[in-house]
Design a protein around this ligand. Structure first.
Ligand code: NAI
Ligand code: UGA
Length: 438
């Protein structure tokens, strides 16, 4: 199957390479020349485990090509749209400029019967509007909405073996049949493996995506709210999470209390959902998401407050080792990263912040050149008056307290991800502070 993927960022580059890996003939298109130059040479422009291998094999096989020229999408039968939908400046709403620009640019290159498959996360109602735009353009192309549920860090595996497929199909029966059959040809491997498939109308597909992210965000903020209560009662939120997590109806996953959620999706998606619900006159239905957001943002400040307390209020000139900058491990993504935010806030208070991360230093430096970055964890720890762990990379999780003891100036650690063995660190003489833990 000939496929184009418009937008080759964290989602699109993985989608393009994965489709080629599955045997399709793929052209990836992006307006970013630097990104396309790297991808065309088989180099991943960001860190994503497994991506370099499938990129290089796709490019070498000739099944995977990249271009900045949208005209090169002509000839493909399915066109996946994976451009960004960031938060609008000064508003909670999603910025759909890139989606509209991509569709407008694609229209002249479409042939009758082509399928445009939206993958970007969009406010409910967008697909219906774009379908009208396609119809008005006179092209006989079909639109489907095919939301994506991949997690960064596991993006390749989530694309090749998704846990479900959702097709938001057009209302016209013939078009719906063609759209479903083309999508299922793209995902033939997953279909053959009996991956659950939900075929819906546009609105349901769009809502499935934002409600999934809203639910995950709510689950994290729920446990972080319990952490806040634990903090004033002396309870331990990690034990609480274990205990409620044994109830299969609740489940332990996404009950990790800590510095809260970040990234290019959960924060902006719950805000865009709130904005869209308000436009629809149903703001009250998802008003709780504002509380989810507020709880989440409080937890970053909580890490900073614990740091200030640990330094007896004298932050100025204190050497603080910040371990972790990415919004989560196995990613170099720093979009709305709680870890980077904590580092910046501490620097703003006058601390001498030495920050490190296995993958996210380059991205962090570009956005926040005022921080001092070191690639070596030992160098970050050397002489530190305080250690703050804000991204739970394995190398931080598995660090021996005795190893860190030999390097630091003072044995105080704030575990912003509750990822350390508190008892072991305390036994080694450390002052250990977790979030929502006594
Ligand atoms: N990153 C993720 O894990 C996931 C992202 N999504 C959704 O996918 C969409 C894309 O997200 P990311 O890949 O993270 O964003 P990103 O910012 O990494 O990538 C977006 C790409 O689109 C390109 N672009 C913008 N306008 C274009 C145009 N007119 N033509 C061609 N390319 C254009 C940009 O240059 C950029 O490379 C968003 O709606 C996001 O919510 C959904 C599921 C997972
Ligand atoms: O729409 C998207 O882009 C994607 O958003 C999330 O994926 P992702 O942003 O890659 O990361 P998650 O693993 O969901 O983590 C998000 C944030 O929540 C935090 N988190 C996660 C779990 C937890 O228990 N506690 C917690 O604070 C992480 O540290 C991270 O900052 C969803 O999990 C994906 O299904 C979805 O496709």
């Amino acid at each position: 199957m000939k496929i184009s993927v418009i937008g080759c960022g964290y989602l699109g580059a993985v989608h393009a390479a994965s489709m080629a890996e599955l045997g399709h003939d793929v052209i990836g298109i992006d307006v970013d020349e630097t990104k396309i130059a790297a991808l065309a040479e088989g180099r991943a422009p960001f860190f994503e485990p497994g991506l370099p291998e499938i990129l290089i094999s796709g490019v070498n096989s000739g099944r995977l090509r990249f271009s900045t020229d949208i005209a090169d999408a002509a000839g493909a039968v399915v066109h996946f749209v994976a451009v960004g939908t960031p938060q609008k400046k000064g508003s909670y709403a999603a910025d759909l400029t890139y989606v509209d620009a991509a569709i407008d640019a694609l229209i002249p290159h479409l042939s009758a019967g082509d399928l445009v498959a939206g993958k970007s996360t969009v406010p409910v109602g967008t697909a219906a509007r774009l379908a009208e735009k396609l119809a008005a353009s006179g092209t006989d192309a079909i639109l489907a909405w095919n939301p994506e549920f991949l997690r960064e860090g596991f993006a390749v595996q989530d694309t090749i073996t998704p846990d479900r497929l959702v097709y938001g199909l057009p209302p016209e029966p013939e078009a719906a049949v063609r759209a479903e059959s083309l999508l299922s040809e793209c995902y033939a491997t997953a279909i053959a493996a009996d991956t659950p498939l939900v075929t819906t109308d546009y609105a349901t597909a769009e809502l499935v995506k934002v409600s999934a992210n809203a639910f995950l965000a709510t689950k994290i903020s729920f446990i972080n709210a319990m952490a806040e209560i634990a903090e004033v009662t002396g309870a331990d939120v990690t034990q609480l999470a274990d205990a409620i997590g044994y109830d299969a109806r609740i489940g332990r996953r996404f009950l990790g209390a800590g510095a809260g959620f970040g990234g290019g999706c959960l924060p902006k998606d719950i805000r865009a959902f709130t904005a869209r619900a308000e436009e629809l006159g149903r703001g009250e239905s998802v008003a709780f998401l504002k509380e989810v957001d507020a709880i989440n943002l409080r937890r970053r400040q909580r890490v900073v407050d614990l740091a200030v307390d640990a330094l007896d209020g004298e932050v100025n000139g204190k050497r603080v080792a910040v371990l972790g900058l990415a919004f989560k491990p196995f990613s170099d993504d720093i979009r709305d990263s709680p870890a980077l935010d904590v580092a910046v806030r501490l620097k703003g208070l006058g601390a001498d912040v030495i920050a490190t991360d296995p993958e996210a230093i380059e991205n962090s430096r570009r956005l926040h050149p005022q921080l001092d970055y070191v690639t070596d964890t030992a160098e970050a720890l050397t002489g530190a008056d305080l250690v703050v762990i804000v991204t739970e990379w394995n190398e931080y999780r598995q660090m021996e307290p005795a190893y860190a003891s030999a390097l630091v100036g003072a044995k105080i650690v704030i575990d912003g991800r509750n990822c350390l063995d508190a008892a072991a660190w305390r036994a080694d003489g450390w002052t250990y502070k977790g979030l929502g833990r006594p």
